[in-house]
Design a protein around this ligand. Sequence first.
Ligand SMILES: [Zn+2]
Length: 130
Amino acid sequence: MKTRREFLSNATVTLLLIPIGVAACSSGSGSGSSSPASPASGSNGGVPGCDGVGATSSVADNHTHTVCVPASDLSSPPAAGATYTTSTVLNHNHNVTLTQAELTQIHAGTSVTVTTTGPDPNHQFMLVMA
Ligand SMILES: [Zn+2]
């Protein structure tokens, strides 16, 4: 009688543990399948609507900006270079100027760091193809 009771209680514990283990496994794979929605995918640096290389600036005065270098300027860089306007944050934005050589470097996969111009404080962008 006593041994039968112990067997039954052990069996109950085992039966309870198995469903918990299965549930933990399935919920783990479920959350993993949702990760491709991450904005880090792609080469636009998480900048919405950017078809080229996007980037988020360094922090200056507790804020950042984003900028987008269009794919068309990377595939055929203008001889005079190009100037881009950053996103507007705290009622201001900045300009980023890239030379033809810098655009060519980015397109070739080399990272280029530029400092913005415009109202102080200025920010730095690291532009690189993903
Ligand atoms: Zn700023």
